[in-house]
Design a protein. Structure first.
Length: 95
């Protein structure tokens, strides 16, 4: 089981992510691509990693935009799993 960590500790490692504005302990980030194909490819790479580590994002996609929210439901907040997946997501976006 994951251990809950403070949001400030998460932001030290995921600087471009922001707090959600729904009063949950969760982080979010918006991504924009040239087209739907690239957005969907990005989501597919994240889905494979999420399955590998057993931690799944909340996300929303419209055409070339993807909004991702990370939180760990087991701890009702954030955990190291969010940092791991967040770093992976950022690396995939930079490719």
């Amino acid at each position: 089981m994951a251990c809950k960590i403070k949001i400030d500790d998460v932001f030290l490692k995921l600087k471009s992510w922001k707090s959600t504005n729904d009063k949950r302990e969760a982080i979010t980030k918006d991504f924009k691509f040239s087209d739907f194909k690239n957005a969907f490819s990005f989501m597919t790479s994240i889905a494979l990693k999420a399955e590998e580590i057993g931690h799944h994002p909340e996300w929303f996609n419209v055409y070339n935009k993807v909004k991702i929210t990370l939180t760990t439901h087991d701890v009702n907040g954030l955990s190291e799993k969010d940092i791991i997946l967040g770093k992976f997501i950022d690396n995939q976006y930079e490719k």
